[in-house]
Design a protein around this ligand. Sequence first.
Ligand SMILES: NC(=O)c1ccc[n+]([C@@H]2O[C@H](COP(=O)([O-])OP(=O)(O)OC[C@H]3O[C@@H](n4cnc5c(N)ncnc54)[C@H](OP(=O)(O)O)[C@@H]3O)[C@@H](O)[C@H]2O)c1
Length: 325
Amino acid sequence: MVKEMKATYRTKYGLPDAIQVKNIEKPIPKSDEVLIRVHATTVNRTDCGVLTGLPLVFRFFVGFPRPKKAVLGTDFAGEVVAMGEKATSFKVGDQVFGFYDEGAATQAEYVAFSEKKAIAIIPPNVTFEEAVASLEGAHYAINFMNKVDSKAGQKILINGATGGIGSALLQFMKYKDNYVTAVGNAKNIELLKSLGADKIYNYEQEDFTQDDELYDFIFDAVGKSTFGKCKPLLKKNGIYISSELGPRSENIFLALFTPLFSNKKVVFPMPMNIKKSILYIKNLLEQEKFKPVIDRIYTLEQVQEAYRYVSTGQKTGNVILKIKE
Ligand SMILES: NC(=O)c1ccc[n+]([C@@H]2O[C@H](COP(=O)([O-])OP(=O)(O)OC[C@H]3O[C@@H](n4cnc5c(N)ncnc54)[C@H](OP(=O)(O)O)[C@@H]3O)[C@@H](O)[C@H]2O)c1
């Protein structure tokens, strides 16, 4: 049996140039783990955080002063090839997908992953690439969505609707029968229409904050706007949620104080249970109510290029790293 595998590898926080692809020892599953032959993983914005260790506070989770894991990657889609002695939820041959936002060493030919974490069977109508593209951005989108109690017909605005988070959030809010205004750039107007946007702003030519409609919820899924700019667009009791802390890290303070002093508030999207997200995603994939957006597909050898592209903040939906042909 082969004891080595190809994997991404780095031992310090840094830039994409520091990522090597080398042969390392293949993992052996612990008692509650399954061993997965990875077919596809993504390079996403969480991976960029794990690579750079930025923002610095993230190092409390991914390792201080050095990364806990040398192999990169947070998500996977692949096939179960071996089981730990106490793992019973899956069997050899199952096609599974999973995600762990603190790093799971998935940018490799094999990964050992606990069956207690966020892992599920891939629905039969879904490819490995589609399955893995349904995890990171979709999980954060669900996290945004669950912070508000939206009712059918309510008005939502999504800034950054073309990103990994935004493109999933747009589909989830349409699934809940909301009216959605999407903000993206010229090259993606057709995509935003196909995802169901009711109204579209091309941010290169138009300023969505001049909109004359009022919204129940504004999701800034790219963190390029602020509560101050969006506040006039919010209805009474309207909520603003951003993927970022804000230019002066103000969103944490605003989340504490706006509920006390204003009838329009900021909510901070503290992360929620990833296991619940994967079940929600799996259900929508099965019903064909969610189709992840895939931008580029790279090979493992092109991993540096993939990270450079994702780090620009200009990807559309998801970027795949195909590990097995
Ligand atoms: N720290 C972490 O671990 C972490 C993890 C996940 C996400 N996040 C944050 O969450 C945000 C979204 O993540 P993501 O994965 O969805 O990002 P992403 O896939 O890189 O998407 C960002 C999208 O926003 C668009 N965009 C850029 N400038 C814009 C503007 N001024 N107005 C509207 N749209 C604009 C980009 O497309 P064009 O440039 O082509 O228009 C791109 O499609 C990011 O800000 C990221 O930092 C952080």
